[in-house]
Design a protein. Structure first.
Length: 254
């Protein structure tokens, strides 16, 4: 067993995994990365085993290198299946038995499960992106937005990120894209709230505009909805919007 390594516990808020992998990250200081999980637990362990020449490096530089690779792993986890992540829990830097104290703690919420083939595919993808140093700015932005706990803020930033990925100059271009995705439901379209206009917007654009306008109430299908009820709808649709935003990034930026 390699006695020189950095170790992290990573806590997805909504994923249970049982598969494991270890691989050579193609790095001058890191000999092997091991990703393992415990059945029934919400976290999995990441161990960065160090090469002999790494022992001569400062602890700060070793942590910086591992944090860079860890960020790529987090990006891929988040982007592949919409997995929400919080700060990793640093378990320690082990150099000949000398251990630093942990500094961060993860948060556990609700699980989702993947098939074993999907898990293996994800872990192999992580191996590939780490070896190739495939850090991607839009994956990083997406992961950071998913970490936002407040659903209203997350919804608004997801919409903005989608618009950015599409390089859309106006809402019509955004709605045109949404309408060709598998998550689009024309029955959810609503008449715009703009004055002296009667065109329909997708539910996502309508909700985004409703938040921006912050009226006390809205008439929908002959019924008056309070702003608080609109916010409940935002919470209902934010996860679908995250999937649409991810597709916008895949189609236009990757």
């Amino acid at each position: 067993m390699n006695n020189n390594y950095l170790e992290y516990s990573l806590t997805p808020t909504n994923l249970l995994m049982v598969s494991s992998i270890d691989f050579d990250p193609n790095d001058e200081w890191i000999e092997k990365i091991k990703i393992s999980s415990m059945p029934g637990h919400f976290h999995f362990n990441l161990k960065f085993e160090l090469r002999e020449n790494a022992i001569k490096q400062s602890q700060a530089r070793l942590k910086q290198k591992c944090n860079m690779l860890l960020a790529i792993i987090e990006d891929e986890l988040s982007f592949s299946y919409g997995i929400k992540l919080y700060h990793p829990h640093f378990l320690g830097l082990f150099l000949d038995g000398d251990r630093q104290l942990a500094t961060h703690q993860g948060i556990i919420i609700e699980p989702i499960t993947l098939s074993q083939s999907d898990e293996e595919s994800l872990l192999n993808k992580i191996c590939e992106v780490v070896q190739n140093r495939s850090s991607h700015v839009y994956k990083r932005l997406y992961r950071n937005v998913l970490q936002i706990a407040d659903p209203i803020a997350r919804f608004m930033l997801l919409y903005s990120l989608m618009q950015l990925a599409l390089e859309a100059d106006n809402q019509k271009e955004v709605d045109n894209f949404i309408r060709i995705t598998t998550w689009y439901d024309s029955n959810l379209d609503r008449i715009t709230t703009r004055k002296r206009a009667s065109y329909k917007e997708t539910i996502y654009s309508w909700l985004r505009n409703a938040i921006g306008h912050t009226q006390e109430s809205y008439i929908i299908g002959g019924r008056s909805y309070s702003f608080e009820e609109i916010l409940v709808e935002v919470d209902r649709f934010v996860d679908e919007l995250s999937l649409i935003t991810r597709q916008a990034i895949e189609n236009n930026k990757i």
